[in-house]
Design a protein around this ligand. Structure first.
Ligand SMILES: Nc1ncnc2c1ncn2[C@@H]1O[C@H](COP(=O)(O)OP(=O)(O)OP(=O)(O)O)[C@@H](O)[C@H]1O
Length: 855
């Protein structure tokens, strides 16, 4: 029952938005509503559905091609609205549909038997479309549209396309989610790996610390007596605490790992996976439904095709009827025309009849025209029907083609979907497998690590248990050490005092011992000096040695060269001379045969050198005739040095040997006495005569002002001094010896010593004198200056002989002043001084005369 009708005229291809905008203002919910101007409520705000429910009809007309989308959307909106307003529908008394049916009509497309809504074609032309919505009887509403099949198919296809697009989107979304899941899984694996590495590091750290601690304990055990025990103990305690904390953190980490592992079994990824699988199943269901709908659509197409064939058949029948009718009419027309022609050939009656016929013929013509126009109209209709049929066939072909394409697409989509689904299932299965495997591996690793950590923990606990007694021992030791340390200052002070006292006492004892030793040493030194001096004295402070020079080529080969000197084999102090057939014997302190070497001679002399170091004055004279070997004995040759060189070598070696206790200074002077004039051979003016004077200090000592003294420190220095002094010595040829020396040569060595321990100072003087050669003036044939030189030499030698004689005879007066030589050597000849006279003699017969005279 239609109570009212409202029509809107819209532009071509209106959209739902246009519909809403045109005359349908938005309702409160933001959705549009079709409105009616019903008689009951002429307000434009009246919703369409109540109007439908109240059996009102609304029409929407628009120009242009039908817009299936617009129609679909409109109907969908209406149905949505209908569903939303179901309560209102429910309250309607005349409403015969159950509530559940409203839900099934949600899409508005499904065909329901009996009570389902339906769309019928308006078939009002291509350019004018209309939609009538009404509620009649057992139907909600019905619509009419000129493009029925398109309007019904397109939304379905579009829906499917949209579903496929949605499926594609969901597939992409699923793939993205799958990637995200994979990333999360890899991140999780990385986290687990990092945790595992961290745990391993912690375990390694714990092991290293345990090892360090064990080493530290061992070291501490070995160093129990050390003073840093307290510090080490504190260190150990701190490390122990640190280890405990590390173990706790390790256990917490393990617990956390376990929880994470358990949580992973029901984690959001699993849930997401299940959800996705559900979604996939739902999509598969939808695809199945879409397939069902497609088959239904195919069925409908088939039915419509059948109906179209029926229509074609009916059309053909109609055409055949029309053709028969046309044939019949044309036959009637021909018959009529023949009748007219036969009538025209008849008389007046016939003319009348003809006229009648003509009259009737006009009527017939009119009927014929009408029939022809009708026939024309029918033919036009047939043409139109044919055209429509053709178009419908084209549309049908297009639809079939589109359906085939869509079927192919659907097949393609299905295959893709199946493939994608298979891939997804496979990937998900792989992911699941990987995940399970990773979880199992992680779990296994975690278990292994946990086991290792437990073992380490047990080891640590064991170590702790073993360390506890050690710790207790250490604590006890520490306490005792602490007490000791507390008492240590007092003990230290006491010990220091005791030690100081002991050290003082020891020092005192050492000092006293030292003093005693020093005293003894001095005493011994004095004793040794005394003994040595006594020895020397016993040997004789003034001793006379004789040395016989071997016969040389200078002695000639005649009878005068015959050996006239013999020795007593039992007494080395006896010398026998054969003089004019008689043997004359001389007794000296020691006689050196011609075979005696320089070393043999020095052996007997070196005790005097020691006396000089001890602080005594020593004089060693070489006395003899010219050429007797004085210079040889005193100076020697470079290859075979004499007393001078050896004495100085001994002097330096002794000084060096005693260098730790004594400091010595050795100075040398070289002088000569020529013709009773003293000259400095080391001075700048060797010809200058020097005087011998008493020291101004009143000590009675003599000294030679201006006499040069060189400090020497080695034998090399002495040799240089000798060379220098030797070059200044006066030598001249004589008839007896081509190298005869005409002066007394003196090498004066002064040894000044300082005893470091006692501060005692000593001074010893060693006078090594190479006397001028003694000779008889008559025998040598000297005259003039030579005679005067010989007289000076003989006088000084005689004075020396007198002094020595007086000294040996211990006479009260010793005539030192009789010559420059004895006066210069007065200090070294008197008192505790030691004097050695080396008398040089030749072994030829010529020498016997001289020796007997000198002797
Ligand atoms: N013991 C000896 N063995 C070997 N040759 C010697 C010995 N004594 C001296 N002569 C030699 O005799 C020579 C003379 O000796 P030397 O010059 O020492 O005598 P002298 O007494 O010093 O003479 P003068 O008084 O003229 O100086 C030298 O050629 C020396 O080498």
């Amino acid at each position: 029952m239609i109570t009212s009708r409202k029509t809107w005229d819209l532009g071509p291809t209106p959209s739902l938005k246009d519909l809403w905008k045109k005359d349908l203002p938005l309702d409160r919910s933001g959705q549009g509503s079709l409105l009616s101007d019903s008689e009951e409520d002429s307000s434009v705000q009246t919703p369409v559905l109540p109007a439908l429910v109240q059996h009102k009809t609304l029409s929407v007309n628009w120009c242009g091609a039908a817009s299936p989308q617009g129609l679909y959307l409109t109907v969908q909106a209406l149905q949505d609205k209908l569903c939303k307003d179901k309560s209102q529908v429910k309250n309607e008394e005349n409403h015969h549909q159950p509530q559940t049916q409203c839900r099934t009509q949600k899409l508005g497309i499904e065909k329901r038997s009996g009570s389902a809504h339906n769309w019928d074609a308006g078939a009002q032309g291509q350019e004018a479309c209309s939609m009538n919505v009404e509620k009649t009887g057992g139907r909600f509403f019905s619509g009419k549209c000129s493009s029925l099949s398109g309007a019904r198919q397109f939304p379905m296809i579009q829906k499917m396309v949209e579903s496929m697009a949605q499926l594609q989107e969901e597939k992409l979304q699923l793939q993205e989610e799958l990637l995200a899941l994979q990333e999360k899984l890899s991140a999780r694996e990385n986290e687990e790996l990092a945790v595992s590495v961290q745990l391993q590091d912690q375990v390694e750290n714990l092991k290293g610390k345990l090892l360090d601690r064990a080493q530290e304990v061992n070291r501490l055990r070995s160093e129990l007596g050390g003073t840093d025990l307290e510090k080490h103990r504190n260190l150990l305690v701190a490390e122990n605490e640190h280890l405990k904390q590390d173990m706790k953190s390790c256990e917490a980490e393990l617990q956390k790992l376990r929880k994470q592992h358990v949580k992973c079994i029901d984690c959001e990824h699993i849930q997401e996976n299940a959800r996705l699988q559900e979604r996939l199943a739902q999509l598969q269901l939808e695809v199945e439904e879409a397939k069902g709908r497609l088959s239904e659509l195919d069925l409908e197409v088939q039915q419509k095709t059948n109906r179209l064939a029926e229509v074609e058949l009916r059309l053909k029948d109609s055409l055949a009827e029309k053709a028969e009718e046309e044939e019949r009419l044309s036959r009637r027309l021909r018959d009529s025309q023949e009748t007219i022609a036969s009538l025209k050939a008849q008389p007046q009656q016939i003319k009348y009849i003809i006229k009648t016929v003509e009259v009737e013929s006009s009527k017939t013509k009119q009927a014929l025209c009408e029939t022809q126009s009708r026939n024309q109209h029918l033919q036009e209709q047939v043409g139109m029907q044919r055209q429509v049929l053709k178009e419908m066939e084209q549309q049908l072909q297009k639809s079939q083609k589109t359906a085939a394409q869509l079927r192919a697409q659907i097949m393609l989509y299905e295959s893709e979907l199946e493939q994608t689904h298979g891939q997804m299932l496979e990937e998900m299965q792989n992911m699941e497998d990987d995940k399970n495997r990773a979880i199992e591996e992680a779990f296994a690793r975690a278990q292994v690590e946990m086991k290792a950590v437990h073992e380490n923990l047990a080891g640590v606990r064991t170590n702790l248990l073993t360390l506890q007694p050690a710790l207790r021992t250490l604590t006890n030791d520490y306490n005792s050490l602490k007490r000791q340390v507390r008492d240590f200052p007092l003990l230290l002070q006491e010990a220091l005092q005791d030690a100081k006292a002991e050290i003082g006492q020891a020092i005192e004892e050492v000092n006293s011992t030292n003093r005693e030793l020093l005293r003894k040493y001095r005493r011994e030194l004095q004793l040794r000096k005394k003994c040595h001096n006594e020895l020397v004295r016993l040997k004789g402070n003034i001793r006379v040695f004789g040395r016989v020079r071997p016969i040389t080529k200078e002695d000639g080969e005649g009878p005068e060269a015959a050996n006239s000197v013999t020795f007593d084999p039992d007494d080395d102090a006896i010398l026998h001379l054969m003089h004019k057939g008689k043997q004359v014997s001389f007794e000296l302190d020691k006689v050196f045969s011609p075979q005696a070497t320089q070393q043999d001679v020095f052996q007997e002399v070196q005790a005097l050198i020691t006396s000089c170091i001890d602080g005594y004055n020593v004089c060693i004279f070489a006395y003899g005739q010219t050429g007797a070997g004085k210079t040889y004995t005193m100076e020697g040759t470079p290859e075979n040095p004499g007393i001078n060189q050896r004495a100085l070598q001994l002097l330096f070696s002794e000084v060096q040997r005693k260098a730790s206790d004594w400091g010595y200074t050795i100075t040398v002077s070289v002088a000569e006495i020529y013709n009773e004039a003293l000259r400095d051979l080391l001075g700048k003016e060797p010809q200058e005569k020097l005087d011998i004077k008493l020291c101004p200090d009143g000590s009675g000592q003599l000294y030679v002002p201006g006499l040069t003294e060189f400090q020497v420190q080695s034998v090399e220095d002495i040799n240089k001094v000798f060379e220098f002094g030797h070059s200044n010595r006066v030598t001249e040829y004589t008839s007896l010896n081509e190298h005869s020396s005409r002066s007394h040569a003196l090498l004066i060595v002064t040894v000044r010593g300082l005893d470091y321990s006692t501060g005692l100072r000593t001074t010893g003087k060693l006078n090594l004198v190479d006397l001028a050669g003694s000779e008889r003036v008559g025998r040598s044939g000297a005259e003039g200056s030579r005679l005067r030189e010989a007289q000076y030499i003989n006088k000084s030698l005689s004075a020396l002989g007198d002094v020595i004689y007086a000294l040996r005879a211990r006479q009260g007066h010793v005539p030192f002043r009789n010559s420059k030589l004895t006066y210069l050597l007065q200090d070294s000849l008197s008192g505790d001084s030691k004097t050695l006279m080396m008398v040089q003699v030749g072994s030829g017969a010529d020498w016997a005369d001289e020796v007997r005279r000198d002797g």
